[in-house]
Design a protein around this ligand. Structure first.
Ligand code: RB5
Length: 183
């Protein structure tokens, strides 16, 4: 979708930001204008703490967050939440998704079963940046039992700030999309 969080002076709804993203909505928050990105977030019990923390971080940045759960410490099945986030993104109810389970792996596998989802397990700033730049990832996934909240927050910021690079990556993503039709 090519959406970015931006602070471009000329940003306006429907206008391409200087950073290359398509501006959805601009809100004046004090001294700066921010492009609001809608995030659907979800986790199992093992990812709940980090999911809540990163959700609060997104809200503090001025973004819209839809929390699809889980919201208790009772053990739940991560595929239910990965699928819910994937469906929200593909239905257009959210621009991006954020998923957390113990490792990030199971919930990413589940989300990637939804047609059109490109969910990436991210471990640091570099993998988060490259997930957007090369893979146009539309869901960022974390391992709540593996990553510190500081590293995860920095990685999420990098994900927000990075646009898809286009160019040579476009036909590669087209091949991935073809796999969804032809396996
Ligand atoms: C739950 O114990 C754990 O298996 C789950 O959070 C996740 O790590 C699976 O990939």
């Amino acid at each position: 979708m090519g959406l970015v969080r931006g602070r471009d002076a000329g940003a306006a709804p429907g206008v391409t930001c200087e950073s290359g993203g398509q501006c959805l909505k601009v809100e004046t928050t004090g001294r700066v204008d921010c492009t609001v990105v809608r995030y659907a977030i979800g986790s199992d019990h093992a990812g709940r703490y980090l999911k809540d923390l990163l959700g609060e971080h997104l809200v503090a940045l001025g973004h819209e967050v839809v929390d699809l759960g889980t919201n208790s410490d009772e053990p739940v099945d991560y595929p239910d939440f990965g699928a819910a986030v994937g469906r929200a993104v593909m239905a257009g109810d959210a621009d991006f998704g954020l998923c957390v389970c113990g490792t990030g792996i199971g919930i990413a596998i589940a989300a990637n079963k939804i047609r059109g989802v490109r969910a990436a397990v991210v471990h640091d700033v570099s993998s988060a940046r490259l997930a957007r730049e090369h893979n146009d990832a539309n869901i960022i996934c974390f391992g709540g039992r593996l990553i510190s909240s500081v590293v995860a927050t920095d990685a999420l910021d990098a994900f927000l700030a990075t646009s898809f690079g286009g160019g040579r990556h476009i036909p590669r993503l087209a091949k991935i999309a073809q796999l969804e039709e032809s396996w």
